[in-house]
Design a protein around this ligand. Structure first.
Ligand SMILES: *[C@@H]1O[C@H](CO)[C@@H](O)[C@H](O)[C@H]1NC(C)=O
Ligand SMILES: *[C@@H]1O[C@H](CO)[C@@H](O)[C@H](O)[C@H]1NC(C)=O
Ligand SMILES: *[C@@H]1O[C@H](CO)[C@@H](O)[C@H](O)[C@H]1NC(C)=O
Ligand SMILES: *[C@@H]1O[C@H](CO)[C@@H](O)[C@H](O)[C@H]1NC(C)=O
Ligand SMILES: *[C@@H]1O[C@H](CO)[C@@H](O)[C@H](O)[C@H]1NC(C)=O
Length: 428
Protein backbone atom coordinates (compact mmCIF):
# COMPACT_ATOMS: atom_id res chain seq x y z
CA UNK A 1 0.00 0.00 0.00
CA UNK A 2 2.73 2.41 0.97
CA UNK A 3 4.48 1.61 -2.24
CA UNK A 4 1.33 2.12 -4.20
CA UNK A 5 0.80 5.54 -2.64
CA UNK A 6 4.38 6.47 -3.36
CA UNK A 7 3.81 5.44 -6.93
CA UNK A 8 0.68 7.52 -7.33
CA UNK A 9 2.24 10.47 -5.58
CA UNK A 10 5.25 10.23 -7.76
CA UNK A 11 3.24 10.51 -10.94
CA UNK A 12 1.18 13.37 -9.55
CA UNK A 13 4.27 15.25 -8.50
CA UNK A 14 5.73 14.96 -11.96
CA UNK A 15 2.39 15.62 -13.59
CA UNK A 16 2.14 18.97 -11.78
CA UNK A 17 5.78 19.64 -12.47
CA UNK A 18 5.38 19.11 -16.20
CA UNK A 19 2.18 21.13 -16.35
CA UNK A 20 3.67 24.05 -14.44
CA UNK A 21 7.05 24.22 -16.04
CA UNK A 22 8.42 23.62 -19.42
CA UNK A 23 12.04 23.99 -18.46
CA UNK A 24 14.74 25.91 -20.26
CA UNK A 25 17.44 23.47 -21.28
CA UNK A 26 21.04 24.55 -20.66
CA UNK A 27 23.59 25.09 -23.37
CA UNK A 28 26.72 23.12 -22.49
CA UNK A 29 28.74 23.82 -25.64
CA UNK A 30 28.17 25.96 -28.72
CA UNK A 31 30.09 26.75 -31.87
CA UNK A 32 29.71 29.08 -34.82
CA UNK A 33 32.14 26.80 -36.67
CA UNK A 34 33.97 23.88 -35.15
CA UNK A 35 37.73 23.48 -34.92
CA UNK A 36 39.82 20.42 -34.23
CA UNK A 37 42.85 19.35 -32.29
CA UNK A 38 45.54 19.28 -35.01
CA UNK A 39 48.97 17.63 -34.78
CA UNK A 40 50.46 21.09 -35.46
CA UNK A 41 49.52 24.32 -37.20
CA UNK A 42 51.15 23.42 -40.51
CA UNK A 43 48.85 20.41 -40.85
CA UNK A 44 45.86 22.66 -40.15
CA UNK A 45 47.05 25.24 -42.71
CA UNK A 46 47.48 22.52 -45.29
CA UNK A 47 43.96 21.13 -44.68
CA UNK A 48 42.44 24.61 -44.96
CA UNK A 49 44.39 25.65 -48.05
CA UNK A 50 43.61 22.43 -49.89
CA UNK A 51 39.96 22.69 -48.77
CA UNK A 52 40.19 19.32 -47.07
CA UNK A 53 38.82 21.27 -44.10
CA UNK A 54 36.10 23.86 -44.78
CA UNK A 55 35.07 24.85 -41.24
CA UNK A 56 31.53 26.08 -42.02
CA UNK A 57 30.67 22.79 -43.76
CA UNK A 58 31.24 20.74 -40.62
CA UNK A 59 27.84 20.26 -38.96
CA UNK A 60 27.63 18.30 -35.71
CA UNK A 61 24.78 15.78 -35.94
CA UNK A 62 24.99 12.73 -33.68
CA UNK A 63 25.68 12.57 -29.94
CA UNK A 64 26.29 9.72 -27.52
CA UNK A 65 27.99 9.69 -24.12
CA UNK A 66 30.25 7.24 -22.41
CA UNK A 67 31.74 7.89 -18.99
CA UNK A 68 33.06 11.47 -19.10
CA UNK A 69 33.36 11.81 -22.85
CA UNK A 70 30.93 13.00 -25.46
CA UNK A 71 31.13 11.45 -28.92
CA UNK A 72 29.80 13.42 -31.86
CA UNK A 73 29.33 12.73 -35.55
CA UNK A 74 29.88 15.08 -38.48
CA UNK A 75 28.50 13.31 -41.55
CA UNK A 76 30.54 14.03 -44.71
CA UNK A 77 27.58 15.40 -46.62
CA UNK A 78 29.37 18.54 -47.80
CA UNK A 79 32.97 18.94 -48.98
CA UNK A 80 35.67 19.77 -46.48
CA UNK A 81 34.66 17.43 -43.65
CA UNK A 82 37.81 15.49 -42.76
CA UNK A 83 36.61 13.70 -39.60
CA UNK A 84 33.20 12.08 -39.35
CA UNK A 85 33.51 10.91 -35.73
CA UNK A 86 34.99 13.06 -32.96
CA UNK A 87 35.17 13.26 -29.21
CA UNK A 88 34.93 16.09 -26.69
CA UNK A 89 36.72 15.54 -23.44
CA UNK A 90 35.02 17.04 -20.41
CA UNK A 91 36.02 20.60 -21.10
CA UNK A 92 35.56 23.88 -19.28
CA UNK A 93 35.58 25.84 -22.54
CA UNK A 94 32.20 26.78 -24.01
CA UNK A 95 33.39 25.87 -27.51
CA UNK A 96 35.96 23.12 -27.17
CA UNK A 97 38.16 21.69 -29.88
CA UNK A 98 37.02 18.38 -31.33
CA UNK A 99 39.32 15.38 -31.24
CA UNK A 100 39.19 13.02 -34.24
CA UNK A 101 38.15 9.62 -32.89
CA UNK A 102 39.40 6.92 -32.62
CA UNK A 103 42.48 8.17 -34.44
CA UNK A 104 43.64 10.36 -37.28
CA UNK A 105 44.51 7.72 -39.86
CA UNK A 106 41.18 5.89 -39.83
CA UNK A 107 39.58 9.03 -41.28
CA UNK A 108 41.94 9.48 -44.23
CA UNK A 109 40.28 9.72 -47.63
CA UNK A 110 40.68 7.19 -50.40
CA UNK A 111 40.42 3.97 -48.41
CA UNK A 112 37.16 2.01 -48.37
CA UNK A 113 38.03 0.35 -45.08
CA UNK A 114 38.26 3.70 -43.26
CA UNK A 115 35.49 5.60 -41.50
CA UNK A 116 33.74 7.62 -44.16
CA UNK A 117 30.20 8.96 -43.74
CA UNK A 118 29.04 8.49 -40.16
CA UNK A 119 25.63 9.78 -39.11
CA UNK A 120 25.10 7.80 -35.90
CA UNK A 121 26.46 5.36 -33.38
CA UNK A 122 25.23 3.70 -30.21
CA UNK A 123 27.24 2.60 -27.19
CA UNK A 124 26.68 -0.65 -25.31
CA UNK A 125 27.35 0.44 -21.71
CA UNK A 126 28.18 -3.07 -20.49
CA UNK A 127 31.04 -3.70 -22.86
CA UNK A 128 31.95 -0.12 -23.79
CA UNK A 129 31.57 -1.09 -27.43
CA UNK A 130 30.49 1.61 -29.84
CA UNK A 131 28.50 0.42 -32.85
CA UNK A 132 29.21 2.82 -35.72
CA UNK A 133 27.16 2.88 -38.92
CA UNK A 134 28.93 4.09 -42.05
CA UNK A 135 26.86 4.84 -45.17
CA UNK A 136 30.24 5.41 -46.81
CA UNK A 137 29.29 7.76 -49.66
CA UNK A 138 26.95 10.68 -50.26
CA UNK A 139 23.77 9.21 -51.72
CA UNK A 140 22.69 10.79 -54.98
CA UNK A 141 20.24 9.71 -57.64
CA UNK A 142 21.81 7.81 -60.54
CA UNK A 143 25.00 7.05 -58.67
CA UNK A 144 26.62 3.75 -59.69
CA UNK A 145 26.86 1.87 -56.41
CA UNK A 146 29.36 -0.57 -57.93
CA UNK A 147 31.83 2.33 -58.09
CA UNK A 148 31.39 3.17 -54.41
CA UNK A 149 32.79 1.78 -51.19
CA UNK A 150 30.31 -0.54 -49.48
CA UNK A 151 28.53 0.57 -46.35
CA UNK A 152 29.36 -1.09 -43.06
CA UNK A 153 28.93 -1.32 -39.33
CA UNK A 154 32.01 -1.26 -37.12
CA UNK A 155 32.08 -2.31 -33.47
CA UNK A 156 34.78 -0.38 -31.64
CA UNK A 157 35.97 -0.96 -28.07
CA UNK A 158 36.11 2.46 -26.37
CA UNK A 159 38.01 1.12 -23.36
CA UNK A 160 40.88 -0.37 -25.30
CA UNK A 161 40.64 1.64 -28.52
CA UNK A 162 40.54 -1.38 -30.78
CA UNK A 163 38.20 -2.61 -33.45
CA UNK A 164 36.22 -5.67 -32.32
CA UNK A 165 34.34 -6.56 -35.46
CA UNK A 166 32.95 -5.20 -38.72
CA UNK A 167 30.18 -6.23 -41.06
CA UNK A 168 29.83 -5.04 -44.63
CA UNK A 169 26.24 -4.66 -45.79
CA UNK A 170 25.60 -6.62 -48.97
CA UNK A 171 23.99 -4.50 -51.70
CA UNK A 172 21.01 -6.88 -51.51
CA UNK A 173 20.30 -5.41 -48.04
CA UNK A 174 20.95 -1.73 -48.75
CA UNK A 175 19.83 -1.74 -52.38
CA UNK A 176 18.47 -1.33 -54.89
CA UNK A 177 18.41 2.43 -55.22
CA UNK A 178 19.38 5.05 -52.68
CA UNK A 179 19.96 4.34 -49.02
CA UNK A 180 21.18 6.23 -45.97
CA UNK A 181 22.07 4.56 -42.68
CA UNK A 182 20.67 7.16 -40.34
CA UNK A 183 20.17 6.03 -36.76
CA UNK A 184 20.79 2.93 -34.68
CA UNK A 185 19.52 1.22 -31.50
CA UNK A 186 20.84 -1.95 -29.86
CA UNK A 187 19.07 -5.07 -28.65
CA UNK A 188 20.51 -7.53 -26.19
CA UNK A 189 21.17 -11.10 -25.27
CA UNK A 190 20.17 -12.15 -21.80
CA UNK A 191 23.94 -12.16 -21.12
CA UNK A 192 24.10 -8.39 -21.72
CA UNK A 193 26.10 -8.45 -24.89
CA UNK A 194 24.42 -6.47 -27.63
CA UNK A 195 23.46 -8.86 -30.38
CA UNK A 196 21.17 -6.97 -32.76
CA UNK A 197 21.35 -3.48 -34.22
CA UNK A 198 18.26 -1.91 -35.77
CA UNK A 199 19.03 0.82 -38.27
CA UNK A 200 16.76 3.35 -39.98
CA UNK A 201 17.43 3.71 -43.71
CA UNK A 202 16.00 7.15 -44.42
CA UNK A 203 16.36 7.12 -48.20
CA UNK A 204 15.68 3.42 -48.82
CA UNK A 205 12.66 3.55 -46.44
CA UNK A 206 13.74 0.32 -44.76
CA UNK A 207 14.51 -0.93 -41.30
CA UNK A 208 17.80 -2.81 -41.50
CA UNK A 209 18.76 -5.43 -38.92
CA UNK A 210 22.27 -6.60 -38.16
CA UNK A 211 22.61 -9.82 -36.15
CA UNK A 212 26.06 -9.86 -34.60
CA UNK A 213 25.94 -13.49 -33.49
CA UNK A 214 25.11 -14.83 -36.95
CA UNK A 215 26.93 -11.95 -38.65
CA UNK A 216 24.09 -11.42 -41.08
CA UNK A 217 21.98 -8.43 -42.08
CA UNK A 218 18.50 -8.21 -43.53
CA UNK A 219 15.83 -5.57 -44.01
CA UNK A 220 12.12 -4.92 -43.61
CA UNK A 221 9.93 -2.60 -45.62
CA UNK A 222 6.55 -1.19 -44.71
CA UNK A 223 4.39 1.71 -45.86
CA UNK A 224 4.86 3.39 -42.45
CA UNK A 225 8.57 3.91 -43.26
CA UNK A 226 7.80 6.07 -46.26
CA UNK A 227 7.67 9.87 -46.22
CA UNK A 228 4.19 11.40 -46.13
CA UNK A 229 3.96 14.14 -48.80
CA UNK A 230 1.66 16.41 -46.79
CA UNK A 231 4.27 16.58 -43.99
CA UNK A 232 7.33 17.04 -46.25
CA UNK A 233 7.53 20.79 -45.71
CA UNK A 234 8.97 22.09 -42.44
CA UNK A 235 9.12 25.74 -41.39
CA UNK A 236 11.52 26.85 -38.68
CA UNK A 237 11.49 30.58 -38.01
CA UNK A 238 11.20 32.19 -41.44
CA UNK A 239 12.84 29.36 -43.40
CA UNK A 240 10.75 26.66 -45.05
CA UNK A 241 12.34 23.65 -46.68
CA UNK A 242 10.88 20.55 -48.27
CA UNK A 243 12.12 17.09 -47.25
CA UNK A 244 10.12 14.90 -49.66
CA UNK A 245 12.48 11.89 -49.87
CA UNK A 246 13.09 11.49 -46.13
CA UNK A 247 11.35 8.45 -44.63
CA UNK A 248 12.11 6.42 -41.49
CA UNK A 249 14.61 8.38 -39.43
CA UNK A 250 14.10 8.46 -35.65
CA UNK A 251 14.36 5.02 -34.07
CA UNK A 252 14.12 4.08 -30.39
CA UNK A 253 14.18 0.89 -28.34
CA UNK A 254 11.88 0.36 -25.37
CA UNK A 255 13.75 -0.20 -22.12
CA UNK A 256 12.17 -3.66 -21.71
CA UNK A 257 13.60 -4.49 -25.15
CA UNK A 258 10.20 -5.57 -26.41
CA UNK A 259 9.43 -2.92 -29.00
CA UNK A 260 11.21 -0.70 -31.47
CA UNK A 261 9.67 2.70 -32.20
CA UNK A 262 10.26 4.66 -35.38
CA UNK A 263 8.97 7.59 -37.37
CA UNK A 264 9.58 9.03 -40.83
CA UNK A 265 11.09 12.51 -40.91
CA UNK A 266 8.45 13.65 -43.39
CA UNK A 267 5.52 12.60 -41.22
CA UNK A 268 4.13 12.81 -37.70
CA UNK A 269 3.13 9.17 -37.16
CA UNK A 270 4.95 7.10 -34.52
CA UNK A 271 5.03 3.34 -35.08
CA UNK A 272 6.24 0.38 -33.12
CA UNK A 273 7.18 -3.17 -34.01
CA UNK A 274 7.92 -6.00 -31.55
CA UNK A 275 11.59 -6.93 -31.41
CA UNK A 276 10.41 -10.57 -31.64
CA UNK A 277 9.67 -9.88 -35.32
CA UNK A 278 12.96 -8.09 -35.99
CA UNK A 279 15.18 -10.64 -34.26
CA UNK A 280 14.47 -13.38 -36.77
CA UNK A 281 15.80 -13.23 -40.30
CA UNK A 282 12.96 -15.61 -41.15
CA UNK A 283 10.35 -12.93 -40.44
CA UNK A 284 8.81 -11.59 -43.62
CA UNK A 285 7.44 -8.20 -44.61
CA UNK A 286 3.98 -9.66 -44.07
CA UNK A 287 4.91 -10.67 -40.50
CA UNK A 288 6.00 -7.07 -40.06
CA UNK A 289 2.75 -5.80 -41.55
CA UNK A 290 0.74 -7.99 -39.17
CA UNK A 291 2.59 -6.81 -36.04
CA UNK A 292 3.29 -3.13 -36.69
CA UNK A 293 1.21 -0.66 -34.66
CA UNK A 294 0.53 3.01 -35.31
CA UNK A 295 1.10 4.33 -31.77
CA UNK A 296 -0.27 7.79 -32.53
CA UNK A 297 0.81 11.13 -33.94
CA UNK A 298 3.48 13.42 -32.54
CA UNK A 299 2.93 17.16 -32.26
CA UNK A 300 5.11 17.80 -35.32
CA UNK A 301 7.87 16.31 -37.46
CA UNK A 302 11.04 15.32 -35.64
CA UNK A 303 14.51 13.95 -36.33
CA UNK A 304 16.09 11.65 -33.67
CA UNK A 305 14.00 10.07 -30.88
CA UNK A 306 15.09 8.30 -27.69
CA UNK A 307 13.54 6.02 -25.06
CA UNK A 308 14.23 6.12 -21.33
CA UNK A 309 14.06 3.69 -18.41
CA UNK A 310 10.82 5.22 -17.19
CA UNK A 311 9.02 4.34 -20.39
CA UNK A 312 9.14 7.82 -21.81
CA UNK A 313 9.79 8.47 -25.46
CA UNK A 314 11.63 11.75 -26.10
CA UNK A 315 11.31 13.64 -29.37
CA UNK A 316 11.71 17.16 -30.60
CA UNK A 317 9.35 19.23 -32.68
CA UNK A 318 11.34 20.69 -35.54
CA UNK A 319 9.02 23.61 -36.33
CA UNK A 320 8.07 24.57 -32.76
CA UNK A 321 11.45 24.64 -30.96
CA UNK A 322 10.60 22.13 -28.25
CA UNK A 323 11.40 18.79 -26.66
CA UNK A 324 8.50 16.50 -25.85
CA UNK A 325 8.14 13.56 -23.54
CA UNK A 326 5.59 10.94 -24.49
CA UNK A 327 4.68 8.51 -21.76
CA UNK A 328 4.40 4.89 -22.88
CA UNK A 329 2.73 3.27 -19.86
CA UNK A 330 3.66 -0.39 -19.66
CA UNK A 331 0.63 -2.63 -19.27
CA UNK A 332 1.56 -6.33 -19.36
CA UNK A 333 2.66 -7.14 -22.88
CA UNK A 334 1.07 -4.11 -24.46
CA UNK A 335 2.21 -0.57 -24.45
CA UNK A 336 -0.46 2.08 -24.29
CA UNK A 337 0.59 5.60 -25.19
CA UNK A 338 -0.03 8.24 -22.55
CA UNK A 339 0.23 12.00 -22.53
CA UNK A 340 2.60 14.03 -24.69
CA UNK A 341 4.12 16.84 -22.65
CA UNK A 342 6.37 19.69 -23.67
CA UNK A 343 9.31 19.50 -21.28
CA UNK A 344 11.71 22.05 -22.71
CA UNK A 345 11.87 24.83 -25.23
CA UNK A 346 14.19 27.62 -26.29
CA UNK A 347 14.16 30.14 -29.12
CA UNK A 348 17.72 29.22 -29.99
CA UNK A 349 16.83 25.59 -30.69
CA UNK A 350 16.96 25.07 -34.41
CA UNK A 351 16.68 21.47 -35.56
CA UNK A 352 17.28 19.02 -32.75
CA UNK A 353 19.10 16.18 -34.41
CA UNK A 354 19.87 13.48 -31.86
CA UNK A 355 19.60 12.62 -28.17
CA UNK A 356 21.74 10.90 -25.55
CA UNK A 357 21.54 10.27 -21.82
CA UNK A 358 24.13 10.73 -19.14
CA UNK A 359 23.98 8.80 -15.88
CA UNK A 360 22.73 11.74 -13.77
CA UNK A 361 19.21 12.06 -15.14
CA UNK A 362 20.00 14.53 -17.93
CA UNK A 363 18.83 14.21 -21.50
CA UNK A 364 21.47 15.68 -23.82
CA UNK A 365 20.84 16.77 -27.39
CA UNK A 366 22.38 18.43 -30.40
CA UNK A 367 20.71 21.25 -32.28
CA UNK A 368 22.46 22.23 -35.47
CA UNK A 369 20.49 24.54 -37.75
CA UNK A 370 20.43 21.73 -40.29
CA UNK A 371 17.65 23.40 -42.24
CA UNK A 372 19.74 26.49 -43.01
CA UNK A 373 22.94 24.44 -43.21
CA UNK A 374 21.68 22.56 -46.26
CA UNK A 375 19.93 25.50 -47.88
CA UNK A 376 23.12 27.56 -47.42
CA UNK A 377 21.24 30.23 -45.45
CA UNK A 378 23.26 30.00 -42.25
CA UNK A 379 23.52 33.38 -40.54
CA UNK A 380 27.12 34.39 -39.82
CA UNK A 381 28.19 35.82 -36.48
CA UNK A 382 26.13 33.56 -34.22
CA UNK A 383 26.37 29.99 -32.99
CA UNK A 384 25.12 27.24 -35.26
CA UNK A 385 25.84 24.08 -33.33
CA UNK A 386 24.70 23.55 -29.76
CA UNK A 387 24.94 20.80 -27.20
CA UNK A 388 22.18 21.07 -24.62
CA UNK A 389 21.21 19.25 -21.50
CA UNK A 390 17.84 19.05 -19.81
CA UNK A 391 17.10 17.40 -16.48
CA UNK A 392 14.38 14.78 -16.97
CA UNK A 393 15.25 12.38 -14.13
CA UNK A 394 15.43 9.44 -16.51
CA UNK A 395 18.16 7.36 -18.10
CA UNK A 396 18.87 5.52 -21.32
CA UNK A 397 16.98 2.41 -22.39
CA UNK A 398 20.37 0.71 -22.29
CA UNK A 399 20.78 1.07 -18.56
CA UNK A 400 18.40 -1.68 -17.57
CA UNK A 401 18.22 -3.86 -14.48
CA UNK A 402 19.22 -7.54 -14.45
CA UNK A 403 15.68 -8.55 -15.20
CA UNK A 404 15.18 -7.35 -18.73
CA UNK A 405 11.90 -9.22 -19.09
CA UNK A 406 9.78 -6.99 -16.88
CA UNK A 407 9.03 -3.32 -16.55
CA UNK A 408 11.28 -1.29 -14.25
CA UNK A 409 10.10 -1.17 -10.64
CA UNK A 410 9.33 2.08 -8.87
CA UNK A 411 10.03 1.37 -5.23
CA UNK A 412 11.96 4.22 -3.57
CA UNK A 413 10.58 5.66 -0.35
CA UNK A 414 7.77 8.13 -0.30
CA UNK A 415 9.96 10.75 1.42
CA UNK A 416 12.11 11.07 -1.63
CA UNK A 417 9.07 11.97 -3.65
CA UNK A 418 7.74 14.42 -1.12
CA UNK A 419 11.10 16.10 -1.25
CA UNK A 420 11.18 16.07 -5.04
CA UNK A 421 7.63 17.38 -5.14
CA UNK A 422 8.37 20.28 -2.79
CA UNK A 423 11.60 21.01 -4.56
CA UNK A 424 9.91 21.15 -7.94
CA UNK A 425 7.12 23.28 -6.59
CA UNK A 426 9.62 25.75 -5.21
CA UNK A 427 11.78 25.84 -8.31
CA UNK A 428 8.87 26.15 -10.75
C1 LIG B 1 53.31 18.33 -38.23
O1 LIG B 1 52.72 17.03 -38.12
C2 LIG B 1 52.87 16.23 -39.27
C3 LIG B 1 52.04 14.96 -39.07
O2 LIG B 1 52.24 14.43 -37.80
C4 LIG B 1 54.33 15.93 -39.48
O3 LIG B 1 54.50 15.14 -40.63
C5 LIG B 1 55.07 17.25 -39.65
O4 LIG B 1 56.45 17.02 -39.73
C6 LIG B 1 54.79 18.20 -38.49
N1 LIG B 1 55.33 19.51 -38.82
C7 LIG B 1 55.97 20.26 -37.91
C8 LIG B 1 56.44 21.57 -38.38
O5 LIG B 1 56.14 19.86 -36.76
C1 LIG C 1 32.26 17.48 -16.52
O1 LIG C 1 32.78 17.69 -15.22
C2 LIG C 1 31.92 18.42 -14.38
C3 LIG C 1 32.65 18.69 -13.09
O2 LIG C 1 33.31 17.55 -12.66
C4 LIG C 1 30.61 17.65 -14.18
O3 LIG C 1 29.76 18.39 -13.36
C5 LIG C 1 29.97 17.44 -15.54
O4 LIG C 1 28.80 16.68 -15.39
C6 LIG C 1 30.92 16.74 -16.47
N1 LIG C 1 30.34 16.68 -17.79
C7 LIG C 1 30.35 15.57 -18.51
C8 LIG C 1 29.78 15.65 -19.84
O5 LIG C 1 30.83 14.55 -18.11
C1 LIG D 1 27.15 -13.54 -24.80
O1 LIG D 1 26.65 -14.36 -25.84
C2 LIG D 1 27.29 -14.16 -27.08
C3 LIG D 1 26.60 -15.01 -28.09
O2 LIG D 1 26.39 -16.31 -27.62
C4 LIG D 1 28.76 -14.48 -26.98
O3 LIG D 1 29.38 -14.21 -28.21
C5 LIG D 1 29.36 -13.59 -25.91
O4 LIG D 1 30.71 -13.92 -25.74
C6 LIG D 1 28.63 -13.76 -24.60
N1 LIG D 1 29.15 -12.77 -23.67
C7 LIG D 1 29.49 -13.06 -22.44
C8 LIG D 1 30.00 -11.94 -21.61
O5 LIG D 1 29.37 -14.18 -21.98
C1 LIG E 1 14.98 35.39 -41.24
O1 LIG E 1 15.20 35.66 -39.88
C2 LIG E 1 16.55 35.95 -39.58
C3 LIG E 1 16.69 36.03 -38.08
O2 LIG E 1 15.63 36.74 -37.51
C4 LIG E 1 16.96 37.23 -40.31
O3 LIG E 1 18.31 37.51 -40.02
C5 LIG E 1 16.78 37.02 -41.80
O4 LIG E 1 17.05 38.19 -42.48
C6 LIG E 1 15.38 36.57 -42.10
N1 LIG E 1 15.32 36.19 -43.50
C7 LIG E 1 14.34 36.55 -44.29
C8 LIG E 1 14.43 36.06 -45.70
O5 LIG E 1 13.41 37.22 -43.91
C1 LIG F 1 24.77 24.94 -51.18
O1 LIG F 1 26.11 25.15 -51.58
C2 LIG F 1 26.75 24.00 -52.13
C3 LIG F 1 28.20 24.31 -52.36
O2 LIG F 1 28.38 25.58 -52.88
C4 LIG F 1 26.01 23.61 -53.42
O3 LIG F 1 26.59 22.46 -53.98
C5 LIG F 1 24.56 23.31 -53.08
O4 LIG F 1 23.82 23.02 -54.24
C6 LIG F 1 23.92 24.49 -52.37
N1 LIG F 1 22.61 24.10 -51.91
C7 LIG F 1 21.53 24.85 -52.11
C8 LIG F 1 20.24 24.29 -51.61
O5 LIG F 1 21.57 25.94 -52.64
Amino acid sequence: MANYLAFVFYFQAFGIFTVLCSVKPNIVYEWETVDLVWPNSSVKDEYIQSKKFIPENNAINGIKMYKDDIYLTIPKLKDGVPFSLVKVKNDTSKNPLLIPYPNWDIHLEGDCSNLRLIQSMEIDPYTGYMWIIDTSFVPRANINIADQCLSKIIIWDLENDVEIHRHTFPSSVTGPGMFYLNDIVLDFHSNKTARWAYISDTLGHRLIVYDRELDISYAFRHASMKPVPEYASITIGNVTNVYSPLGINGIAMSSDLKNVYYCPLAGVGLYRIPTAVLRSSKSSNSDFEREVVHVGNKMAQSDGIYYGQKHNLYYSTLGPRSVYQWSMTPISDNVRPGRQTEIGNDDRIEWIDSFAFDESGYLWFVSNNLNTHFSNETVKGSSNFFIWKLFVDDSSYLKFSDDTSSAPSYSPGVYVYIFVFLYLLVTC
